[in-house]
Write a protein that binds this ligand. Structure first.
Ligand SMILES: [Zn+2]
Length: 248
């Protein structure tokens, strides 16, 4: 860069090494001052946020008896304000892949709409409840673990929920100690009552029988937590998973 000198030169100074050091030290307070200001620079999720070249994400497999082939759900996240106290990981886009082309058009529509909602910003956790409430008129199915899925859309919703929990967008409501204790007591009482009635000799019985999910055999579906853990206790339907009781 050329600098035109328009005034007469009256004197000069040569830059000494210590001057350079002073100059380097001088701008230091400036970044420190600007550190207090980044409040205005917090990046929030919004539609025009440019997609970075690389996004990190997870792929979940869904195997449903309603579908011939597995569904693969990929959710990619964007990390906003990385390295600051405002760091936040949010879902940015969703892709669903399957060999099964029967459902291609609604799956494409669903993924585009969900991705658009993700990018709109704000609270996107409502998607989970909306999707989990979708019922297939042909009937739902049981997942491994005895959890009832009312439709394939509901299971995609459950996958999104799982993902949002993993990235810390949804927090599990903490089951309080008293509820946990109450469930344990109910369970012990139920097992004592049922094993007491059984004719089998007590010596051969090390563990009470359970269904595939660890709940007593014959347990029915709880409407609150969608788990096969509802048993009849003292004439009252009681859930051994979430503590729900028909009698309050
Ligand atoms: Zn329950």
């Amino acid at each position: 860069m050329a600098i035109k000198i328009e005034k007469k030169i009256k004197g000069y100074n040569v830059v000494k090494p210590e001057d350079k050091a002073a100059a380097a030290a001088a701008p230091a307070p400036q970044p420190a001052a600007s550190k207090e200001a980044p409040k205005a620079e917090i990046i929030q999720m919004h539609e025009s946020l440019e997609r970075p070249e690389t996004l990190i994400g997870s792929t979940y497999k869904i195997k449903s008896p309603l579908f011939e082939h597995a569904l693969y759900v990929t959710i990619n996240d964007i990390v906003l304000n990385a390295g600051t106290q405002y760091e936040q990981r949010r879902p940015f886009e969703i892709f669903i892949n399957s060999k099964n082309m029967d459902h291609f058009q609604w799956i494409v529509a669903l993924t585009r709409i969900i991705s658009a909602v993700f990018r709109k910003g704000g609270d996107v956790t409502f998607l989970v409840e909306e999707m989990k409430a979708v019922f297939d008129p042909r009937g739902g199915y049981f997942k491994a673990g005895g959890i009832y899925m009312p439709s394939i859309v509901a299971e995609i919703g459950a996958v999104i929920e799982q993902h949002m929990k993993t990235i810390g967008l949804i927090h599990d409501p903490e089951m309080d100690e008293s509820t946990r204790k109450l469930i344990a007591e109910k369970r012990a009482a139920y097992e004592a009552a049922t094993t007491g009635k059984s004719a089998a000799p007590a010596a051969t019985e090390t563990k009470p029988e359970t269904n595939a999910n660890g709940f007593p055999p014959g347990a029915t579906l709880c409407a609150k937590c969608n788990t096969q853990a509802l048993v009849l206790m003292d004439g009252c339907q009681t859930c051994l998973n979430c503590g729900y009781s028909k009698c309050g």
